[in-house]
Design a protein around this ligand. Structure first.
Ligand SMILES: Nc1ncnc2c1ncn2[C@@H]1O[C@H](COP(=O)(O)OP(=O)(O)O)[C@@H](O)[C@H]1O
Ligand SMILES: [Mg+2]
Length: 234
């Protein structure tokens, strides 16, 4: 199963301008610390790296508030960088490497750059890869405080939808709808092509008839000329 092995946080929220490493051992990992020490910020950092763009989900008013802003010793340009290292030994993320590293960088102008294994890529590419591996940001992989209470209050239909979402059925449902749409489109094109073929066949029949008439005419015409020649009239 795809899981996070390591997280690197730099200049993000309460994490200052030195790389903070968080290693995740297999199994259950608990992070403890005093109130306000930055435990939930770790979760926000994961959301950030994986492409989250809703400030509210990362508990800020605007994305720029994610830049670390208390380190007075820092005078350089502000930048937030989070790298999420996934264990991909089972190749569930369609990238041919045992570790898949997704990095997101945001600067003061609010510009974001994404990297997949240190190579620049588009955000959508990251989202697609994570969706295929069912480890994206909107699959309850990240459960914020308060969400558990909300889920416990769901009715059975909502619960079914959430379970389907977790096991990744929604992704295949979408693909199925897309494939059916393409099939419909192919059927429609086939109908048009068959109609065109009918028209062309009719036209070929017409041309064939014209050609035969012409041949018949030429034959008769030639016959008449020969008769005229033989009779010495021509
Ligand atoms: N942009 C920021 N720069 C510096 N500190 C920040 C920034 N955003 C949030 N914080 C700090 O993060 C702390 C809250 O961290 P949080 O992860 O919610 O704590 P907890 O460990 O209680 O979950 C607060 O002290 C807040 O000042
Ligand atoms: Mg907290």
């Amino acid at each position: 199963m795809v899981h996070i092995r390591k997280l690197e946080i730099f200049g993000f929220k309460s994490f200052g301008y030195k790389n903070t490493l968080v290693n995740f051992e297999p199994g259950l990992v608990a992070i403890s610390g005093a109130n306000g020490s930055g435990k939930s910020n770790i979760l926000d950092a994961i959301s950030f790296a994986l492409g989250e763009n809703a400030p509210k989900i990362m508990r800020v008013d605007k994305l720029r508030s994610l830049l670390h802003d208390v380190d007075n010793a820092h005078h350089g340009a502000k930048i937030a960088r989070v790298s999420c290292h996934f264990d991909n030994s089972d190749r569930k993320i369609p990238v041919d490497s045992n570790t898949v590293t997704i990095t997101r960088e945001m600067d003061e102008s609010g510009e974001n750059i994404y990297y997949l294994n240190q190579k620049k890529v588009l955000r959508n590419h990251i989202l697609d890869l994570l969706e295929i591996a069912n480890c994206g940001i909107h699959k309850l992989n990240i459960v914020q405080q308060g969400t558990i209470t909300r889920i416990s209050e769901f009715n059975s239909e909502e619960r079914r939808r959430i379970i389907e979402d977790i096991i990744g059925l929604a992704y295949f449902d979408e693909k199925k709808t897309e494939a059916l749409k393409q099939l419909d489109e192919a059927d429609r094109r086939l109908e048009i092509a068959l109609a065109r073929m009918d028209e062309i066949k009719k036209r070929i029949d017409e041309l064939e008839e014209e050609r035969n008439n012409q041949l018949r005419y030429d034959f008769l015409d030639q016959g008449t000329e020969e008769t005229l020649c033989n009779s010495g009239l021509k």
